[in-house]
Design a protein around this ligand. Structure first.
Ligand code: M6R
Length: 448
């Protein structure tokens, strides 16, 4: 603002996001639609190098060379109710409980008519070209990076194509051979994370196609990508990612199916996989019924200062996510590790003062995880086990058992995430933390 023109606000976009909200007799500036959705659904996304002039009644946009730009007013499809608490104490709690519906929205219209594979409308790459890709490279930050690790596991397992996962912030500064037939994916709820955007631009500068998996329609990453998949989970307002994270896991699982069916996965395995995906909302609904029991555990464990989260294969990234959720909203120190790796260092932390959260699946990894649990127990460590229903755990091994439904391995990470979201939420609430706005954190990290 300038003293000579007190009725005017001038703003410009360079790097970080900037949007104009066009309300009923009012105009608003924000970096994220979630900030203004309670007042208007009409927005103008500014491009880098554009200048916006606003008065109380009007606005105009020019380029740096003072050429007029015709503004395009987009309509956000999110509802006003999405930005309200609707009886919940916090947005994080609301967003955890919204997950069954959110996951349904992510899947809607995305299965083939014969029910044997997934389909995506916006990839902008033909099946023939996709079939030629011999390496996928995923770039993301924070929880989205954890989702990429699960996608890596599933794509390699079901499509048999090698996958590389990088922290977006590291990718730009690494000097790795990338190969010719590599396709990049960025994963970002907001689509505005500066490191992810910069990594995407770097990959495109090198001549690669980049597809974006993200939630916010019209975000910078969505607009600059060559194509992509929207998550459709509505606004996520709590700083801790919950419904956006499980939806990213779901998109990764659908992608593994789609790529797998283009390669060796046969029709009946595809049909079984699709059925497993369709069952996810109900499995999550069932898991959410455990909330009272998890709240009671949280109240008993909230006074600990250190936690370990341990899991194997696709549940290792879920262990990372559990540790991140706990530390970011409760400020309790927590680390995630592959369960067997614990004996190479972290086991030194174990005593009666450091509980471990174990993810225990039935099947081939069961005995291995039990043996890691026994090592913890021998050192007086308390154990909270998130175990599937058929796991016959030795009596007395776990201090607490949270039973989750048995399910297909492609969706197990989604179901296993829910109890640790609830555990972190209830611990943080017990400690009276500002759950939705934890200290030192922002919902979208728009700086390098
Ligand atoms: O919007 P993005 O998905 O790109 O955000 C990435 C991370 O900043 C985000 O996942 C962060 O780690 C969350 N606070 C985790 O709960």
């Amino acid at each position: 603002m300038c003293g000579d023109c007190p009725e005017e606000i001038v703003s410009a976009r360079k790097g970080s996001p900037l949007i104009l909200g066009v309300g009923d007799g009012e105009l608003m500036l924000a970096s994220d639609v979630a900030a203004i959705i309670s007042r208007t659904q009409n927005v103008v996304y500014l491009k880098d190098g554009e200048i916006l002039h606003m008065t109380a009644k009007n606005f105009s946009i020019t380029t740096l060379d003072a050429e007029d730009v015709s503004p395009v007013v987009d309509r956000i499809t999110w509802n006003i109710e999405d930005s309200e608490l609707s009886g919940y104490a916090h947005f994080m709690e609301k967003e955890i409980f919204e997950q069954p519906a959110a996951l349904e929205n992510t899947m809607r219209g995305r299965f083939s008519e014969d029910g044997s594979t997934a389909q995506f409308g916006g990839l902008n790459i033909s099946a023939v070209d996709l079939r030629q890709i011999d390496r996928f490279h995923f770039l993301a930050c924070g929880s989205a990076w954890h989702a990429c690790l699960v996608a890596e596991h599933l794509i390699e397992r079901f499509a048999r194509v090698p996958v590389e996962v990088d922290y977006a912030s590291e990718f730009r500064y690494r000097n790795m051979p990338l190969g010719n037939n590599t396709l990049f994916f960025t994963v970002s709820q907001s689509g505005e994370t500066s490191d992810t955007l910069a990594a995407m631009r770097e990959a495109r500068r090198k001549g690669y196609k980049v597809l974006a998996i993200n939630n916010v329609v019209g975000s910078s990453i969505a607009r600059e990508a060559d194509g992509g998949i929207y998550q459709h989970v509505g606004p996520e307002i709590g700083v801790a990612s919950t419904k956006a994270f499980t939806s990213q896991l779901l998109v990764g699982a659908m992608l593994a199916l789609y790529l797998g069916r283009m390669r060796d996965m046969n029709f009946s395995d595809g049909v079984e996989y699709v059925q497993a995906l369709k069952a996810v909302p109900d499995l999550v609904r069932k898991t959410l019924e455990l909330a009272p029991r998890i709240k009671e555990i949280a109240q008993r464990y909230a006074h600990f200062h250190d936690f370990l989260f341990l899991g194997r294969l696709s549940l290792f990234p879920v262990a990372l996510e559990g540790a991140l959720k706990l530390k970011e909203i409760s400020y309790i120190h927590a680390e995630g590790y592959p369960a067997a790796e614990m004996k190479h260092g972290p086991i030194a932390l174990i005593s009666e003062h450091c509980p471990s959260v174990f993810f225990v699946p039935s099947g081939e990894m069961f005995n291995k995880v039990v043996s890691s649990m026994q090592e913890i127990k021998a050192r007086k460590g308390k154990i909270i086990a998130v175990a599937t229903e058929n796991c016959d755990l030795p009596a007395g091994l776990a201090d607490e058992i949270i039973r989750i439904p048995e399910c297909h391995e492609a969706v197990l990470p989604i179901v296993a995430t829910v109890p640790v979201q609830l555990l972190s939420y209830y611990i943080a609430d017990e400690l009276k933390r500002d759950v939705d706005k934890p200290r030192n954190l922002a919902k979208s990290v728009t700086v390098e």
